[in-house]
Design a binder for this molecule. Structure first.
Ligand code: PMP
Length: 362
C-alpha cells in the first residue's frame, strides 16, 4: 500500500513504527495469547504500560517530582470543565482570567463561566486571532484562582513563543496541539493538559500534568470522574480506562525517545515548519494567515492569493497523496498540521507540490 501524508489537525498521523508494533502485538500481546484490549485495566500487563507512560513522560517532558500525571477521559474539551471545577475554588473570589487566542480559548472561558467568574484578560479576536494578543500578567488581580492560555492555536496557526510569568497565580495551559513538540519548563505551569489525538496517540483521552498543591481544591459538586485528586489517588484507574489509547501512547513515547527526545524533535519540527513558511514567504502565489512573529510550528495556515484556486489546489494535493489540507472554516484557506509524526519528507512533498501547482497556473 501507499500511505498518504496526513496533514489533518487531529486525529492525526501516527509514526509508522508505532502502527506496525501495535499491529504485530494486536492478537497476541507479549505471548499472552490475547490482545491487550481484551484484558483487564488492572492486569499486570496494563500496569506496566501505565508505569512506562509515567516514566517516559517524566523523562521526555522533564516533569518535576511535585507534579502528578493523570490520564483522564473525555479528550481535551472535558478539561474545559475539569479545570474550573478543580481550581476555581482556590480563592474565595472564584474568578479566573483567560487569554483569548482562538476558538478553543473562548470556548474554555465560556465553560468556566458556569463555575465562577471567567474574565477575558486579552483577546485577538479583532484580527481574527491571527496573533497572540499583548498581555501583561502584572495586570492580574492577586485573587485570581488561575490564569489560562491555549499554548498553540490549532485553527489559527499561532503559538505562544514565550509564556507569561503569572507569579503566584497558577498558569493553566491547553497544550493539546503542541505537547512534546518543544522543550518546556513545566515548573512555570500549575496545570498542563493535552488531548492525545495530535502528538500522543488516539483521541478520547487527555493527559493532565498538575502541581500537587493544586489537588484537593475541587468544588464540592465536582463529579468524581472529573476530580483530579480522585485520578491522582487511583493512578487514573478509578474506572475502566481506555487501555488501548494509553497503550498506543506508550508506543508513541517510546518512539519519541528513540528519535532523540523532545529537543531533537523540536529541531526537526522547526526545520519542517521553516520549509513550508519559506515556500509561502518566497512566493506571491501563497500568503500566510498568521502573524509571522506568532507562527506555530505544528499548524501552518496559509491561503492562495487568488482564493478561487483553493478548491483546485486541495483536490490536486489529494491526488498527490497530500491529505486533509483544508483549513478550518473560521480561517478558510489551507492548513498543514505537521505534528511530531509528520516526517520532513512529508513537508518537502507539500512544498514541491506547492511549487508545481503555482507553475501550472502561471
Ligand atoms: N484544545 C485544542 C487546542 C484543540 O486543538 C482541540 C481539538 N482540535 C481541543 C482543545 C478539543 O479537543 P477534543 O476534541 O479532544 O475535546
Amino acid at each position: 500500500m501507499t500511505r498518504i501524508y496526513n496533514f489533518g489537525a487531529g486525529p492525526a498521523m501516527l509514526p509508522i513504527p508505532v502502527m506496525e508494533k501495535a499491529q504485530a502485538e494486536f492478537l497476541d500481546y507479549h505471548n499472552l495469547g490475547a490482545g491487550l484490549i481484551e484484558i483487564s485495566h488492572r492486569s499486570k500487563q496494563f500496569d506496566e504500560i501505565l508505569d512506562s507512560c509515567d516514566a517516559l513522560l517524566t523523562e521526555l517532558a522533564n516533569i518535576p517530582s511535585n507534579y502528578k500525571i493523570l490520564y483522564v477521559h473525555g479528550g481535551a474539551q472535558m478539561q474545559f470543565s475539569a479545570v474550573p471545577l478543580n481550581l476555581m475554588a482556590r480563592n474565595d473570589a472564584k474568578k479566573a482570567t483567560y487569554i483569548e487566542t482562538g476558538n478553543w480559548a473562548v470556548k474554555a472561558r465560556k465553560e468556566a463561566a458556569r463555575y465562577g467568574t471567567a474574565l477575558s484578560g486579552a483577546t485577538s479576536e479583532a484580527t481574527n486571532f491571527d496573533r497572540i494578543p499583548e498581555f501583561d500578567p502584572a495586570t492580574l488581580d492577586a485573587d485570581n484562582s488561575y490564569a489560562y492560555i491555549t499554548s498553540n492555536n490549532t485553527l489559527f496557526g499561532t503559538r505562544w513563543h514565550s509564556f507569561p510569568d503569572t507569579g503566584e497565580i497558577p498558569l493553566v495551559a491547553d497544550m493539546t496541539s503542541e505537547f512534546l513538540s518543544r522543550k518546556l519548563d513545566i515548573s512555570k505551569f500549575g496545570i498542563i493538559f493535552a488531548g492525545l489525538q495530535k502528538n500522543l496517540g488516539p483521541a478520547g483521552l487527555a493527559v493532565v500534568i498538575v502541581r500537587e498543591d493544586l489537588l484537593g481544591l475541587a468544588l464540592p459538586y465536582t463529579p468524581s470522574l472529573l476530580n483530579y485528586k480522585v485520578y491522582a489517588d487511583d493512578h487514573s484507574l478509578t474506572n475502566t480506562t481506555n487501555t488501548f489509547a494509553i497503550y498506543m501512547m506508550s508506543l508513541v513515547l517510546e518512539w519519541l525517545k528513540g528519535e532523540g527526545g523532545v529537543g531533537a524533535m523540536e529541531a526537526r519540527n522547526e526545520a519542517k515548519a521553516k520549509l513550508i513558511y519559506d515556500a509561502i514567504d518566497n512566493s506571491d502565489f501563497y500568503r500566510g494567515t498568521a502573524h509571522p512573529d506568532h507562527r506555530s510550528i505544528m499548524n501552518v495556515t496559509f491561503n492562495l492569493t487568488d482564493e478561487s484556486l483553493l478548491d483546485s489546489f486541495l483536490a490536486e494535493a489529494l491526488k498527490n497523496g497530500l491529505y486533509a489540507l483544508k483549513g478550518h472554516r473560521v480561517v478558510g484557506g489551507a492548513r498543514a498540521s505537521i505534528y511530531n509524526a509528520m516526517p520532513l519528507a512529508g513537508c518537502q512533498a507539500l512544498v514541491d507540490f506547492m511549487a508545481e501547482f503555482e507553475r501550472s497556473k502561471a
